[in-house]
Design a binder for this molecule. Structure first.
Ligand SMILES: Cc1cc2nc3c(=O)[nH]c(=O)nc-3n(C[C@H](O)[C@H](O)[C@H](O)COP(=O)(O)OP(=O)(O)OC[C@H]3O[C@@H](n4cnc5c(N)ncnc54)[C@H](O)[C@@H]3O)c2cc1C
Length: 405
């Protein structure tokens, strides 16, 4: 009987094994994860779960019984330490071996950390990647505490919003010229800077960390501009790197920093596949990694079908969201290479969307509390339609009408 082994029991791993069964695969399926819990969703870790508005059980992607019911062997609390692609054997911590016919890497990514030399290993310095991280930092989210957040990307900003809501005095430091610089236009940065300022968050851009201060636990920080700050805890949100070391050590080719795959999700070894944060896929003539729930699910499902012989190319349709205070940001498309931004006010107070163009081509939309224009933008991008920038900018334009134009 054929055996499919999936390494990494997160969003992509869970979707992949579920899809194998949904497609009728009746061979052996093993899903292996180092975390002690069944696969769960990570977005609430910096949103509702961190705020205390969501229970642990609601994080689980599927009920724990699902795996047994589907005859899927879920191995938790165990790390895969080696792959022998010639003998087709996976080695687990403790040297247990499992033979496979096909294997998928869904190992996700690791948060970047600060070097020990600048205080990165002091107590009360946290990253936000897994349930353990969220559980460890949540007790500090109390009125009167002082938090330093390093990094003005989505995770840092979401953690800042939760902390501020809890009455924590928050300072957020961003090394780049502006928050969200890597992922969004200046207009979107301006929107979120103003939102956080309105909630009392002290955002300091173009400011680097010189070192964290403390004896055992962190008590302060010194910045590159020479200023210092007293703090009770620190959250480091300075990006992630793909968990690709295991694949690389097994001789799998890397691309764009992740596990290189073709459009089917297959690596250079025809029996080995990859999906989710760790995978680098072809996209408009280049290879890139996408760090989002939607990609983890869609790519994993495509890989499951292709493992069973479908030979269907995965075409990423990027979308992403972020929740901060009462604002829901929805993003459709990928803005890489944009050279023009069009701002469109929404129908409701405070709702607005930012439209990214490269020349005449519509690339992406950021919509703040504007689900209607988000949906219109998403459908236009997916259909490959590019309305004129002037039409988007014109308040008289019937936006829905653009879909049929
Ligand atoms: C705090 C936070 C907020 C986020 N918010 C959003 C959001 O709002 N919207 C959005 O679209 N995306 C969001 N994301 C990103 C999204 O959660 C990820 O893109 C998604 O989880 C990727 O799924 P994955 O399966 O590739 O990786 P993961 O879900 O990380 O799963 C990988 C699993 O593999 C395990 N693993 C790794 N190596 C091994 C090994 N050698 N042996 C065994 N197990 C191993 C890991 O422990 C992990 O459990 C957020 C992420 C975080 C951390």
């Amino acid at each position: 009987m054929s055996h499919i082994v999936v390494v990494g029991a997160g969003q992509a791993g869970s979707s992949l094994v579920a899809k194998l069964r949904a497609e009728g695969f009746d061979g052996e399926v093993t899903l292996i994860g180092v975390e002690p819990v069944p696969p769960y969703q990570r977005p609430p870790l910096s949103k509702a779960y961190l705020l205390g508005d969501m229970t642990k059980e609601r994080l689980y992607l599927r009920p724990a019984e699902f795996y047994a019911d589907q005859n899927i062997t879920l191995r938790t609390s165990v790390r895969v330490t080696g792959i022998d692609p010639v003998a087709k054997i996976v080695t687990l911590e403790g040297s247990e071996e499992i033979a496979y016919d096909q294997l998928a890497f869904t190992t996700g990514s690791h948060p970047n950390t600060l070097p020990a030399a600048i205080g990165g290993t002091l107590d009360k310095v946290y990253t936000v990647r897994d349930l353990q991280d969220a559980d460890a930092m949540a007790p500090h989210f109390q009125a009167g505490k002082r938090a330093l957040i390093l990094g003005g990307g989505y995770i840092g900003l979401e953690a800042a919003a939760v902390a501020a809501k809890k009455g924590v005095a928050v300072t957020l430091v961003e090394m780049g010229e502006r928050i969200l610089q890597r992922v969004a236009c200046a207009q979107t940065s301006d929107y979120f800077r103003a939102l956080h300022s309105d909630h009392g968050v002290d955002i300091r851009e173009s400011t680097g960390l010189a070192r964290l201060i403390g004896d055992g636990a962190v008590t302060g920080a010194e910045f590159t501009d020479g200023t210092t700050l007293d703090v009770d805890f620190v959250i480091v949100g300075v990006g992630i790197k793909p968990a690709s070391v295991l694949a690389e050590a097994s001789g799998i080719e890397m691309a764009a920093g992740g596990i290189g795959t073709d459009a089917f999700g297959r690596t250079n070894d025809p029996s080995i596949w990859a999906a989710g944060d760790c995978a680098s896929l072809p996209y408009r003539g280049t290879q890139l990694r996408l760090e989002s729930v939607q990609n983890a699910i869609d790519q994993a499902e495509a890989v499951a079908r292709n493992m069973l012989g479908a030979e269907t190319e995965y075409r990423a349709k990027p979308w992403f969201w972020s929740d901060q205070y009462d604002v829901k940001l929805q993003i459709a498309g990928l803005n890489i290479g944009y050279d023009n931004i069009v701002v469109r006010a929404g129908d409701k107070d405070g709702s607005v969307s930012h439209w990214y163009f490269r020349g005449d081509v519509l690339l992406a939309v950021d919509a703040m509390n504007d689900p209607r224009n988000y949906m219109i933008g998403k459908r236009l991008i997916e259909a490959g339609k590019s309305p004129a920038a002037a039409a988007i900018a014109d308040p008289e334009t019937d936006m829905k009408g653009l879909l049929s134009a």
